[in-house]
Design a protein around this ligand. Structure first.
Ligand code: SAH
Ligand code: F3S
Length: 481
């Protein structure tokens, strides 16, 4: 099935023999965090070398890959539902193969093959470079599994194939894994220990994106502020590095500066920051460079010191307030968003009120709020009883969502009458006559298209808003154009 074609014999300018397979179609679906969507672009790049074209038509697929999320039970149930649908398709097309990637693959390993009989291949987040071998296995009729977590895999040398791209914004991953061990979180188990990617390969990717017309990058990691490059290896082994390696190390603030300088017109964002690892250096670097967006996603999870401790979040609410005060002092117009969990084990009404009062203090621009979902294997699952009844979790969740909605509206209204730079990402979902873009603070803005086009930086006068979207009118190009 696999043919080696020596292109030089066909009069082509290419000298290197190119491996060509019968062209096949890959349908890839991603769930969960931005890192998963970014990883799928790496997977598409690796499988393209094996002759797979990506397709968004399920009926054309020869191989279906599902990049899965384990963060909450519901995320896993969504994937199981989807696999049922693929099962139905597979009954009609027995040659179709199905692979599971990502966090569920890592969490369930071989068990997946027994539980979901239709799955042919299970591949953990650090094993994508093994896909060519794994695909060969399934082609030969065997099931294939690789869930080995790596000490150094960062996919720094893989050029991602941009999927579903708007051609304007892109993700660039900078760290993998997480060492923080928040007691509720499955990520350290599914994505392994923390390691950072070579800054030069990050800058090369950003430069390449700029050359291709992209205008904004989001540097991605489970815990970006913990970024530390000292020549490779796990973050926890930094102490074992040579003096020279330690002296030459690059931290997150330094990486941000390097990227900002490499492409001074490229907008730079990053996600996610754990407050315990965010340093003032990072905030000062953000303030120093106009092209680093004034926006920080700063999950806190709870406003109660007692619960923060039980979650192994290594800061108090008072320290969090200090960080917020510093951000507001150094970058007065910084957008700030949160992640919050209600109903963590032992959470009582007083803890919940502490969460509400923390939100009152910070007044976030927006947030992502969840009811606690017990995850197998986490410290919380092993040591604590999931003792807050579902209806109480849900009531508290509704209360924080309601408060956040009020704050979002108040924060967004403060933009009215101002003129702000917006990067156009594409047409508005609701109206073909309008563009949609984001301000530096990551607020969505919508305005009439006029003569502007996708990828333009425009100055927009904000005239009206909903609780999540600014409505305005472009008054001209930004000087960044
Ligand atoms: N470090 C990454 C990944 C965290 S997962 C980041 O900060 O984005 C994203 C969010 O999911 C977390 O901030 C937390 O609010 C939520 N989450 C994680 N585990 C959870 C669980 N077991 N139950 C409910 N929400 C959870
Ligand atoms: Fe999870 Fe905490 Fe890391 S939320 S991804 S263990 S910072």
């Amino acid at each position: 099935m696999e043919k080696i074609i020596d292109e030089s014999k066909q009069g082509s300018a290419l000298r290197t023999p190119t491996k060509i397979q019968n062209n096949r179609n890959l349908y890839i679906e991603s769930y969960g965090c931005q890192m998963n969507f970014s990883d799928s672009e790496i997977v598409a790049s690796i499988t393209a070398q094996e002759g797979f074209n990506t397709t968004d038509q399920l009926e054309n697929a020869d191989l279906i890959l599902v990049n899965t999320c384990s963060i909450r039970e519901k995320a896993e149930l969504t994937v199981r539902k989807r696999l049922e649908k693929f099962n139905a398709i597979k009954k009609e097309r027995p040659n179709l193969k199905v692979g599971v990637l990502g966090c569920m693959a890592e969490r369930l390993k071989h068990q997946f093959l027994e539980e979901e009989k239709i799955v042919d291949m299970v591949v953990g987040p650090d094993a994508y470079k093994d896909l060519p071998n794994l695909i060969q296995e399934i082609d030969e009729g065997r099931n294939a599994v690789n869930v080995i977590l790596s000490k150094d895999e960062t996919y720094g040398d893989v050029a991602p194939v941009r999927l579903n791209t708007n051609g304007v914004t892109a993700f660039v991953s900078i760290t993998r894994g997480c060492d923080n061990m928040c007691t509720f979180c499955v990520v350290p188990f599914t994505r392994g220990r923390e390691r950072s990617r070579d800054p030069q390969s990050i800058i090369n990717e950003v430069n390449d994106l700029w050359d291709k017309g992209f205008k904004e990058v989001t540097l991605l990691g489970q815990n970006v502020d913990s970024y530390l490059w000292y020549g490779g290896g796990l973050k926890k082994d930094f102490g074992k590095a040579s003096e020279m390696e330690q002296a030459m190390a690059v931290n997150f603030a330094q990486l941000l500066e390097k990227v900002a300088l490499a492409q001074p017109k490229m907008r730079i964002r990053f996600s996610t920051s754990n407050p315990q690892d965010m340093t003032l250096d990072v905030i000062h670097t953000m303030a120093k460079f106009d092209n680093i967006c004034n926006y920080i996603h700063l999950p806190v999870q709870s406003g109660s010191n007692r619960i923060l401790k039980a979650m192994n979040r290594l800061h108090t609410r008072e320290e969090y307030f200090e960080l917020i005060d510093d951000i507001r002092k150094i970058i007065p117009d910084c957008g700030i968003s949160q992640d919050m969990i209600t109903g963590f084990p032992t959470e009582n009404e007083e803890d919940h009120r502490d969460t509400l009062s923390l939100m009152e203090y910070v007044r976030y621009d927006y947030g992502f709020m969840f009811a606690y979902s017990e995850r197998p294997g986490t410290l919380a699952e092993r040591k604590l009883e999931d003792d807050v009844p579902q209806e109480i979790k849900k009531r508290r969740l509704a209360e924080i969502i309601d408060l956040q909605r009020q704050h979002s509206y108040e924060r967004i209204k403060a933009n009215l009458g101002k003129t702000q730079e917006v990067l156009i990402e594409g047409p508005s979902k609701k109206s073909d006559a309008h563009w949609m873009g984001r301000t530096s603070q990551n607020t969505v803005a919508v305005f009439p298209k006029e003569e502007f086009k996708i990828g333009d930086f425009v100055m927009v006068e904000m005239q009206d808003c909903t609780s999540a979207t600014l409505l305005g009118k472009a008054v001209g190009y930004s000087t960044n154009n």
